[in-house]
Design a protein around this ligand. Structure first.
Ligand code: KG4
Ligand code: ZN
Length: 347
């Protein structure tokens, strides 16, 4: 049943290289539109200056499209939720300035959302008519993206306890760097995933750094991969081309194995059985499979977002906005974006 008295929340996401807008009625998705920026492929990574310019170009058509697809009129919106950080400052400024202006013009509340909170709450988005199970609090979430790799315990929306995080590269960076070494285009994670499907994950072994507790470290794995390939290329310059699928499957296997070890440890230490994954790397098929089978073995209830809510999207910003709306957690027009979570301040 659609409840028309639920608030209509417009979400806007512009923290990195995707401009996205979504409309939710309560927790029900009405639309989710994303414009990805192709320009960065030429440079093998996101160029912040180009990202901000592309957000400027994209934001009005993307928002207009989201409102149209939601079949609502902008005057019906109850609030505008936007990503305040972490992310690229120039990109965040485009989304935040636009959201502030729109909220002011429509005379509706403005809600600032944290990008990681939004990833971790994406499990609560319901597609129209869907009655799916959602995690019970407290639950654990492994958030794996291009910039972050961490395990949090969520005691309530926005009440998170960080249990462990990467001390160097993020898992997404490990995928992207491995892809770059193999000459695959940016962002490489999805290509590695695709090629790995044809490969043998046990073909090659790379040394996986071991660190105590729930923190992660991926830079040693990347170095091991780099040196391994460099040595093999000396013997055979076609080594990468001949072994691409096996290389992808093997590096993916290592990254997933390292993530799963820590996730299992976090579940054991906390005794929590509702386990979620989020962020761009949660789109990875091997990680998704590993979480499902660990769930079966360990007796977890697992929560894996549909692919459209793994990589950056505004639906997750809108759901964070909906949780804030319920507690009247509105924000001030004077708040400024933050590049890193530890730089978040009152204004
Ligand atoms: O969450 P996200 O879209 O942006 C950030 O907040 O960083 O995550 C992007 C990251 C990139 O590193 C990308 O390579 C990775 O997610 N990624 C994947 C897959 N799809 C996206 N990594 C592995 N397998 C995938 N299927
Ligand atoms: Zn993200």
């Amino acid at each position: 049943m659609v409840n028309n008295s639920e608030p209509l929340i417009l979400g806007i996401e512009s923290s990195c290289d995707d401009t996205s807008a979504a409309v939710l009625r309560g927790d029900r998705l009405l639309s989710n539109v994303t414009a990805s920026q192709e320009v960065h492929r030429l440079y093998g990574g996101v160029v912040p200056e180009y990202a901000s310019r592309a957000h400027q170009q994209n934001i009005i058509p993307v928002v207009a499209n989201a409102i149209e697809q939601a079949k609502i009129h902008k005057n019906e919106l109850s609030a505008v939720a936007y990503t305040r950080g972490p992310g690229l400052l120039g990109s965040l400024l485009v989304g935040s300035s636009f959201s502030k202006a729109l909220a002011m013009a429509l005379d509706i509340p403005l809600i600032a959302a944290d990008h990681l909170d939004a990833h971790m709450l994406a499990h609560f988005i319901r597609e129209d008519g869907e009655n799916k199970a959602v995690p019970d609090f407290p639950y654990l979430c492994l958030t794996v993206s291009g910039g972050h790799t961490q395990i949090d315990r969520l005691d309530a929306p926005f009440r998170t306890v960080l249990m462990g995080k990467t001390i160097d590269d993020a898992a997404g960076e490990a995928f992207d760097k491995a892809a770059k070494i193999m000459g695959l285009p940016y962002p490489g994670g999805v290509m590695v995933d695709r090629l790995a499907a044809e490969g043998d994950r046990l073909a090659f072994h790379f040394s996986e750094p071991r660190i105590a507790g729930l923190d992660f470290s991926f830079s040693g794995l990347k170095t091991s991969f780099l040196y391994f390939i460099r040595d093999r290329l000396k013997e055979d310059q076609d080594f990468i081309d001949k072994n691409k699928a096996d290389l992808c499957a093997s590096i993916q296997h290592s990254i997933v194995h390292m993530l799963m070890e820590k996730l299992k440890l976090a579940a054991k230490q906390s005794g929590i059985r509702d386990i979620a994954i989020a962020g761009g790397v949660s789109a990875n098929s091997a990680l998704r499979d590993a979480v499902v089978s660990a769930g079966r073995e360990e007796g977890w209830r697992v929560f894996i977002p549909p692919l459209s809510y793994c990589t950056d999207n505004a639906a997750m910003v809108a759901i964070a906005g909906w949780f804030r709306f319920k507690e009247a957690g509105f924000s001030d027009q004077g708040e400024t974006p933050y590049a890193r979570r530890d730089q978040k301040r009152d204004k």
